[in-house]
Design a protein around this ligand. Structure first.
Ligand code: HEM
Length: 362
């Protein structure tokens, strides 16, 4: 399709390359309406995947800069917001797929051979870009294995593998985000300054002490309510507190990134933390929308083909249900478990640093 010359105008069809686009649905094979619907739904998802990769690359590129200019953060939030809306739309799109009846699907399923969404390299690309680790996938599988096998088929398949290898070698969005978060000033203490380590440790210790009291009070209340197995409840609160300690100090070493996350979540109202909070919320919303999308894929599959084995050779619905347990931004979720009530958080040091005058002290 040719571009218009300078004195011509685009037509709608030229601009969108509709002639090419609308010739890609397999009609030359004399397919049924059901199969055309199956292809179009897949193709629209893949188009959205393309846009998702674009949006998430922008966010990763913003966050992986050595110094992230504050002026770039609203843009990162906008890209994340668009991606979330796309996931929500794709979540609703399974409803269109579900108009395919089980018998309707069986009528062309054999023709798919071993072709499966499992081979969607764009899906793998955005998972890797986000930062989903192999050890967090089922059976610790390496998603590139599929593409190493396929790469032998054609130069195009080899290029797909090379692209996936390239994205794997780059910092992920999760890594970049956590690095950026780790530089948050905590209680007015600046990252990598002389006394920062001890100031952050003091903050973490104060929070943990409050967290411990919260658990002890809750246990006391429970025994007052006449909960039958107080011992068990006590053990749970103790385990929760041990969990909080190892979250903030994995293997005894203070994690500044997690302490920063805790600080941002605990003092959400501080003006200086407004954009970091918005960014974190946007990432959490994105992951939530992605998990829901995975979950509704499994429900759609269960409805159309029950618990058959997938064309990609997995257990089918069970496999898909297990993938909806995947979490990329684990620390963002985990920090929620260890928060304390606003009135129990450590007293804010240096409120004016965060844009609060001391009368408004938290
Ligand atoms: C009748 C419709 C569909 C059925 C029955 C179905 C079934 C399945 C099954 C059973 C799997 C597990 C892998 C396997 O063993 O094949 C799977 C994976 C997948 N499907 Fe679907 N699917 C359908 C529609 C779609 C559509 C429209 C898309 C959009 C692109 C899609 C994208 C994917 C992706 C990306 C995976 C890989 C998931 C992962 O490994 O995390 N599927 N599908």
């Amino acid at each position: 399709m040719s571009e218009p010359t300078s004195d011509e105008n685009w037509t709608y069809g030229n601009y969108l390359q509709l002639e090419g686009l609308l010739s890609l649905q397999g009609e030359e094979r004399g397919i049924s309406s059901d199969e055309m619907h199956f292809i179009i739904v897949h193709q629209t998802f893949e188009l959205w995947f393309k846009q998702i990769i674009r949006e998430l690359s922008e966010v990763r590129n913003i966050l992986c800069q050595e110094q992230v200019p504050e002026i770039d953060i609203p843009r990162a939030v906008e890209h994340l917001g668009r991606t979330t809306e796309i996931f929500k739309l794709m979540g609703a799109q399974w409803g269109v797929m579900e108009t395919l009846t089980p018998q309707g699907f069986l009528s062309f399923r054999d023709g798919l051979g071993s072709a499966s969404g499992f081979e969607s390299y764009q899906m793998r690309k955005f998972e890797i870009l986000l930062g989903l680790k192999n050890e967090d996938r089922l059976f610790g599988m390496d998603p590139l294995d599929t593409f190493r096998k396929l790469a032998k088929n054609s130069p195009n398949d080899a290029a797909i593998l090379a692209d996936l290898e390239e994205i794997t070698a780059k910092p992920s969005l999760e890594e970049s985000l956590m690095k950026w978060i780790s530089r948050t000033p905590i209680m007015g203490s600046i990252y990598e300054t002389e006394n920062d380590q001890s100031s952050v440790q003091n903050y973490v210790d104060a929070h943990l002490s409050s967290h411990k009291s919260m658990g002890e009070l809750a246990a006391e209340r429970m025994s007052g309510y006449g909960v039958s197995d107080v011992e068990k409840a006590n053990a749970r609160f103790k385990a929760a507190h041990d969990g909080a300690i190892s979250f903030l100090m994995p293997e005894g070493e203070l994690s500044r990134a997690r302490a920063s996350l805790l600080f941002i979540e605990s003092y959400r109202e501080l003006p200086l933390l407004a954009w970091p909070r918005k960014l974190i919320d946007a990432v959490a919303e994105l992951e939530e929308s992605m998990v829901k999308w995975r979950h509704s894929h499994a429900r759609m599959v269960e409805r159309i083909m029950g618990r058959r084995i997938g064309t990609g050779g997995t257990s089918g619905v069970d496999y898909l249900d297990m993938t909806s347990q995947y979490r990329v931004f684990k620390d963002l979720w985990a920090v929620r478990t260890i928060l304390v009530k606003t009135q129990d958080r450590p007293k804010l040091i240096n409120p004016s640093f965060y844009g609060f005058n001391s009368n408004n002290e938290a």
